[in-house]
Design a protein around this ligand. Structure first.
Ligand SMILES: [Cu+2]
Length: 151
């Protein structure tokens, strides 16, 4: 026999969980939010790089470490869709892209993935938003949309 009070607790818990799931689905639809995926670990993602798949589709293997992101500058044309594959070489770092709805954690031994579309030209700052030690405030990179590559 389940106690009456227990039944109430189970009902309220069920409602809260349903509201939680509903709010995530609602945010995904209304604000076009993208819930990051967690991929099986593969050492290949530890090598920072930008892969151009076609004129407007890119893959970025982003690696966070104390205290920088690599690659630190990512050049793409406007209208590009970029898949970010993120990992860390040491502690947990954050990965936040200004003006984009991206908030991921870079975790050692894990790969987090999200897809971002860059419609407007400009420079989008990437910052670490998880305190990761003494050089935390220097951790930044940028996505440069529609500017000529200069190295
Ligand atoms: Cu950091």
């Amino acid at each position: 026999m389940i106690d009456k009070f227990e039944k109430q607790v189970i009902t309220v818990t069920g409602i809260v969980v349903a509201l939680f799931i509903f709010s995530i689905v609602y945010a995904m639809k209304k604000y076009d939010a993208n819930v990051p995926e967690c991929l099986p670990y593969d050492k290949a993602y530890e090598e920072p790089k930008v892969n151009k798949l076609d004129e407007s589709t890119y893959q970025v293997f982003a690696v966070a470490k104390m205290w920088s992101f690599e690659p630190s500058q990512i050049y793409i044309p406007a209208g590009s869709e970029v898949d970010f594959f993120l990992t860390s070489k040491d502690v947990v770092h954050g990965f936040n892209i200004a003006d984009k709805n991206v908030n991921m954690m870079a975790v050692y031994g894990a790969i987090n993935k999200t897809t971002v579309k860059f419609e407007k030209p400009g420079v989008y700052k990437i910052v670490c938003h998880e305190y990761c030690g003494i050089g935390h405030q220097n951790m930044e990179a940028e996505v440069i949309v529609n500017y000529p590559e200069s190295k």
